[in-house]
Design a protein around this ligand. Sequence first.
Ligand SMILES: [Zn+2]
Length: 246
Amino acid sequence: MLNDLYNPKTEAIAAIYTEAIRRYDPRRATTPIHVSFYPYVGINHTIRVRDNQIFVRIGDLCREMPIVCHRGLAFILIGKLFRRKIPAGAREAYAAYINSEAMRELTSRNKRERGRKFVNTPKGSVYDLELIFDNLNAAYFSGRIPKPVLTWSARKTYRILGHHDSHHDHIAISRSLDSPDVPRYVVDYVMFHEMLHIAHPTIHKNGRRHNHTAAFKRDEQKFAHFGPAERWIEQNVGKLKRAAKK
Ligand SMILES: [Zn+2]
């Protein structure tokens, strides 16, 4: 932990990106912008446009970056996106953090730790979540679901097989399912369910949250192997539980 004071929330960071957009191109000032942190190994960030919205993923290593350095990074990324000249000082503001002693220490510690632990990538030993997501997105959503961070869970959970975290724009699928004993349509089904959570955002009514609305459930049944997938899970939960305890 470097210093909690320097841990700006993603909303505050998003506001800086909006400022950068306005500065480069006032006509695009109202473009919705989504900022999230992503578990990239090393220092890496991405920016892309989808459905007239801008998605920024900032490498996890910059979670504790001071806001002035985020400002520099915002002007660099938006400038690159719009193919514009990066204003003076932006690169320096960002580089000040990247080249700092604290950051160097964090980078080397991160590399050491990731060498030891699971590398949290969407590619499992059997199934590739990126591929599964892309195929489902094309088959059922006309490719309209913006891709969240996709990871296998660190542990083999068996009660919860998938989880969508809208705040962090993240879908985790239980590592229990990354096995040759699990049919592909089961992994597809669990992913499909989590994708429906993106297509049908939580509704707040009378102070209650509704996740699995009637519309959600109707769409869920459109999955080609809905019945068999439900049955397989029902019949194999014991097996998954035993595998999780090994
Ligand atoms: Zn659900």
